[in-house]
Write a protein that binds this ligand. Structure first.
Ligand code: PSZ
Length: 512
């Protein structure tokens, strides 16, 4: 099976642009042979700064990477490092390593590169002298923000605010965003309990909190889901249940953990079975909320990913989330949707929760990764009642907001959400075809937009596939016990899908 690729020649204007930016690019002139599935080329002006395909010179990690591993190993633990990168030479969908290997990146720094490497629009932003001071001077945003900050937040984050939310708190990373979102939910809950919009804490509250005791440090909880991932800081880790290695040896909190639906794929073929599974999980959620209240540790908030990512790309239906949202409302719990991995367009909508079709989808939506800055949107009532209650030194980074404005411009100008839906459809169709061809290796292909995954027969085979794909110049990631996930940038076009599927097919053929 071949998945064909067709590209167009380069225009003069884009050649000029390349020269200005000093790019040395390889131009694709030929197409792969034996077309079974032919993709339409992207408008050339959008993508000709991309490379034409993978190019492998050494095994990975190559000799230079190995030397650097040894050097850094003297300073830090390097067990998780795959190889060292040459970010100067990386372009578009291709990551180049220090040994000159050029790989099609279908994993994008754990799903965090929105519009590819070295996008010309971002270089242009960096080159503008008006932006220099924003890059050079990193402020303590919570106390001394730049004058341009309100405008820049409005132009960037607020322009894509989820339905019903006009407030946003910036933060640094995903964990930091969730950690502070949890605090906002607890503060909101306690103020609700005290009554009134400006309730004051008692002397006893103030003294007991200093020694980690109630009532100042109340026995409240956050309900999370088995298989969920919300970060590795202490509070977030109590709600993370994807892998034991993340949690081992770290003290945690006795908070309720509900089962997340384990659905059968393709979803359309198992609607009855999947609905029963979702109903079972929702019943358990309600039961846990009641039990934890009886235990004297009420659930202040529920946190959930629209698609459980680290936990294995586990999907649930819009109905599941609608019901979950209603359960939260019924029991007075805040509803926190963690879009750190799903947000920013990769599912084919800007936010994955848009697929639920709700006007009031959440009380809090956290983000990071493709949004470049971390943070969370929230309902008005989830705003902490005093300054310094939700606070840290940086509270984000204004330069990331500048980049985000440009990323959003590119997404709009190049219609990237539509492109993601198109590429995602081609990717999922291709995965369906491959799973039919290799039923002993692949199963349960699933996805929304290009946020796709497929199960592999076992973990050892998954590792083999990931390594063989890398040897052939394709970077992929694992998730869950035995899944491979696809997390390309938003500029991953249909012809990249075809290129990828052909290489993936070759890898699978070698294993069959
Ligand atoms: O192994 C790790 O620590 C990984 S691998 C992928 C992630 C973390 N994702 C981060 C993440 C996420 O996917 C969701 C849904 N919520 C929160 C986080 C935490 O974000 P960071 O890593 O920025 O703290």
């Amino acid at each position: 099976m071949r998945f064909g690729v067709v590209l167009l020649p380069v225009t003069m204007a884009t050649l000029l642009l390349r020269r200005q930016l000093g790019f040395s690019l390889h131009i694709l002139r030929s197409s792969l042979s034996g077309c079974r599935h032919v993709s339409k080329a992207a408008p050339q002006a959008q993508m000709d700064w991309d490379y034409d395909g993978p190019s492998m010179k050494t095994p990975v990690p190559g000799p230079r990477s190995q030397g650097l591993l040894k050097q850094l190993g003297e300073i830090q633990n390097v067990d998780a490092i795959n190889f060292f990168c040459n970010y100067e030479e990386s372009r578009g969908n291709y990551l180049v390593d220090v040994d000159g290997n050029r790989m099609l990146d279908v994993y994008t720094q754990i799903s965090s590169i929105p519009i590819g490497y070295n996008h010309p629009a971002l270089h242009k932003l960096m080159a503008d002298p008006n932006n220099l001071s924003t890059f050079v001077n990193r402020p303590a945003l919570g106390i001394l923000p730049p004058g341009s900050f309100p405008d820049k937040v409005t132009e960037s984050l607020l322009s894509v605010a989820p339905s019903g939310m006009s407030r946003v708190q910036t933060m640094a990373c995903g964990s930091c965003s969730n950690e502070n979102a949890y605090k906002a939910m607890f503060i909101w809950y306690r103020n609700k309990e005290r009554g009134g919009s400006n309730p004051s804490a008692t002397e006893e509250d103030l003294s007991s909190c200093m020694i980690n005791q109630s009532p100042g440090c109340p026995d409240l909880s956050i309900l999370s889901f088995m298989g969920g991932f919300h970060g590795r800081t202490l509070g977030c880790l109590a709600t993370t249940h994807s892998k034991a290695i993340h949690k081992l040896d770290i003290p945690s909190l006795d908070w309720p953990i509900a089962p997340f639906p384990r659905l059968q794929y393709p979803l359309e073929e198992y609607t009855r079975e999947n609905a029963a599974e979702e109903a079972r999980c929702l019943e358990e959620v309600e039961d846990l909320i009641v039990r934890w209240r009886q235990k004297g540790r009420p659930v202040a908030g529920i946190v959930v990913e629209p698609i459980q990512a680290e936990g294995g790309d586990n999907h649930a239906s819009p109905d599941f989330f609608k019901n979950l949202r209603n359960i939260a409302r019924k029991h007075g719990c805040a509803f926190h949707v963690d879009e750190v991995q799903t947000g920013g367009g990769c599912t084919g909508k800007f936010w994955a929760h848009e697929y639920w079709g709700l006007d009031d989808p959440a009380d809090i939506v956290s983000f990071s990764k493709k949004m470049l800055t971390g943070g969370y949107y929230h309902k008005d009532e989830l705003q902490a009642d005093k300054g310094y209650r939700i606070f840290n030194t940086w509270m984000g980074d204004p330069s990331k907001n500048l980049f985000l404005i440009e990323v959003l411009n590119v997404i709009r100008r190049e219609n990237l959400l539509e492109e993601v839906r198109r590429s995602g459809k081609a990717l999922l169709q291709g995965l369906y075809a491959l799973q039919e061809q290799y039923p002993s290796l692949l199963s349960s292909a699933r996805g929304q937009g290009t946020f796709c995954a497929v199960d592999i027969c076992d973990d050892a085979t998954r590792t083999k596939i990931l390594l063989k794909a890398r040897d052939k110049g394709v970077l992929l990631g694992g998730c869950g016990d035995r899944s491979i996930r696809f997390r390309p940038a938003l500029i991953f076009k249909e012809y990249h899908v075809a290129l990828f599927l052909n290489i993936f097919n070759d890898v699978l053929a070698q294993l069959k």
